[in-house]
Design a protein around this ligand. Structure first.
Ligand code: MG
Length: 375
């Protein structure tokens, strides 16, 4: 990196990844400036961030109740603004899709944490990036690990092993799973993350979405991506080459590392003071194959990924609404999978969908889940 300051837009700045991205930017303030901030419903956090970072432009999904001199713009306008060098998409669910497309069309480098964007519209997103010579840099820890392992390699990987902690309920019986409370589901054993992804990690839906995400990011066929349960969350993924050599990336589980790597790429910097792993104290790293039958959400995601078309968008939409219902204590933990499965079964797939068809499938699935539940 030269001496110039990289100008960054953070979309979803008030969420978990957004706040951690600002931690990194704060620590590396000689290299980065947050010139655009976009937040969801949490105005107090957004106001505090705006006071501190003094961005040129900002956005909030609800009308701000505070005054600020910067320009109030849409997320798409911020993402494609001529002054922005890099866009961190740290929103969650469907919200990030349109701003990500806007950023890519403007040729921006996108640090993508919002995996549903690739799951819903992987073909369109990767095509748009190629067309406009825009880079997509993963922020998801497993994908950052794969990216790091593939760096400098000219050969394509033979196989990718995505690691999964297994979440808090990996060893629960089916009966125990049906009794899981919201509070339990929001307590992840190794990672500090937002609500949606924490519950998605507990159902293992998150890992299914990550398989589809890896497929698009690294152009590797789905059948060459495997899942390994690795409860310690130290090995963030493994890449296997044709000669039998394996490369893995290890670190303390801390989202600020993949965020910082995406921001600083191709450099590595030490500034943010991230915790270092003491290898001599690890003692044991465990890996085991995943039990698909225990976690129906994972099975549904893998199947939707294989079928392609509008299925992955319907999967994401149904899961997002079912997850909200679970967080509002309207349905049980195991109902999430039942609802998603029901909606997928009712869906008429469209192969090679347009963006409009993807958004229509998304809207159909959301409506369908809500209608079923209001009965
Ligand atoms: Mg991940």
């Amino acid at each position: 990196m030269d001496g110039s300051i990289k100008k960054v837009a953070v979309l979803g700045s008030t969420g978990s990844v957004g706040q951690q991205a600002l931690d990194v930017i704060r620590a590396l303030n000689a290299k980065f400036r947050a010139i655009g901030l976009a937040g969801g419903g949490n105005l107090r956090i957004l106001e505090r961030q705006i006071k501190e970072f003094q961005p040129d432009m900002f956005y909030s999904s609800i009308t701000p109740d505070f005054a600020y001199k910067g320009d109030f713009l849409s997320m798409e306008e911020i993402a494609s603004h001529p002054d922005v060098d890099l866009v961190i998409v740290a929103t969650s669910g469907k919200v990030g899709l349109s701003p990500t497309l806007a950023a890519l069309k403007a040729g921006k480098t996108v640090a993508l944490a919002n995996k549903e964007v690739l799951v819903m519209a992987g073909e369109i997103i990767t095509h748009t990036a190629r067309l406009h010579k825009a880079q997509i840099q993963p922020v998801d820890s497993e994908h950052s690990a794969i990216w790091q392992c593939l760096r400098g390699e000219e050969s394509k990987p033979q196989r990718i092993f995505l690691t999964a902690s297994g979440g808090p309920f990996y060893h629960y019986s089916p009966a125990q799973l049906s009794e899981v409370t919201v509070e339990q589901a929001l307590h992840h054993p190794t990672w500090k993350m937002g609500k949606k992804i924490t519950v998605d990690s507990a159902t293992l839906m998150n890992k299914g979405l990550e398989v589809i995400e890896a497929h698009w990011l690294f152009a590797v066929p789905l059948e060459r991506i495997e899942i390994l349960i690795h409860p310690q969350s130290i090995v963030h993924s493994i890449v296997e080459f044709v000669d039998g050599s394996l490369k893995a990336q290890l670190s303390f589980p801390d989202m600020r590392l993949p965020i910082q790597y995406a921001l600083c790429y191709p450099e590595r910097l030490s500034g943010a003071g991230l915790p270092h792993l003491d290898v001599s104290k690890i003692q044991c790293l465990k890996f085991e194959p995943v039990n698909l039958n225990k976690f129906p959400c994972l099975k549904l995601a893998l199947s939707a990924g294989r079928q392609g078309g509008t299925y992955p968008a319907v999967l994401c939409a149904a899961n997002e609404v079912a997850l909200e219902l679970f967080l509002n204590q309207r349905i049980s933990f195991t109902d999430i999978a039942t609802i998603v499965q029901g909606i997928l079964e009712q869906h008429q797939n469209i192969a090679q969908p347009s963006l409009e068809e993807i958004l229509a499938a998304d809207a159909w699935a959301r409506e369908r889940v809500r209608k079923q539940k209001s009965r």
